[in-house]
Design a protein around this ligand. Structure first.
Ligand code: THU
Length: 145
């Protein structure tokens, strides 16, 4: 299955009664497997979660904490742009050269790296030195990429 197939399938399950904007996201983990998620809205609007967050949660739940590529799919006139928070969430697990394909259901797509999507990303070094927790060190973008 391709990232596009996975994002297309999971998008069908998006729970978006408030915005009506259904999103599917698919990630390829460092294990080569695909992890998918959809947006899940809530009547208390800020409690809703983006498709990317769901896909990341699925990957981490499977024990994988690095990702190789990302695809995000939605309707709308132009390829969907991940929100700022999701750019930071993706950068936690993906290096600066990871390619994000943003696509709409008409087939228009844009590809950009995480570095292009989130220049000047906040990282552990801005907290004043090396990360100490083992999981943080494992994901430290300055030592890992
Ligand atoms: N949304 C995503 O799931 N991912 C994106 O990249 C952009 C926005 C969702 C959040 C909300 O459920 C709906 O789209 C409208 O903002």
């Amino acid at each position: 299955m391709s990232l596009l197939d996975a994002a297309t399938a999971v998008r069908e399950n998006a729970y978006a009664p408030y915005s009506g904007f259904r999103v599917g996201a698919a990630l390829r983990g460092s294990d080569g497997r695909i992890y998918a998620g959809c947006n899940v809205e809530n009547v208390a609007y800020p409690e809703g979660t983006c498709a990317e967050a769901g896909a990341i949660a699925a990957m981490v739940a499977a024990g994988v904490t690095r990702l190789q590529e990302v695809l995000v799919l939605a309707g709308g006139p132009a390829p969907v742009a991940p929100c700022g928070g999701c750019r930071q969430k993706l950068r936690e697990f993906g290096g600066p050269d990871v390619v994000v394909t943003m696509r709409n259901t008409d087939g228009a797509q844009i590809r950009q790296t995480l570095a292009e999507l989130l220049p000047g990303a906040f990282d552990a070094h801005q907290m004043g030195g090396k990360a100490t927790a083992p999981d943080m060190a494992a994901n430290d973008p300055m030592t890992k990429d």
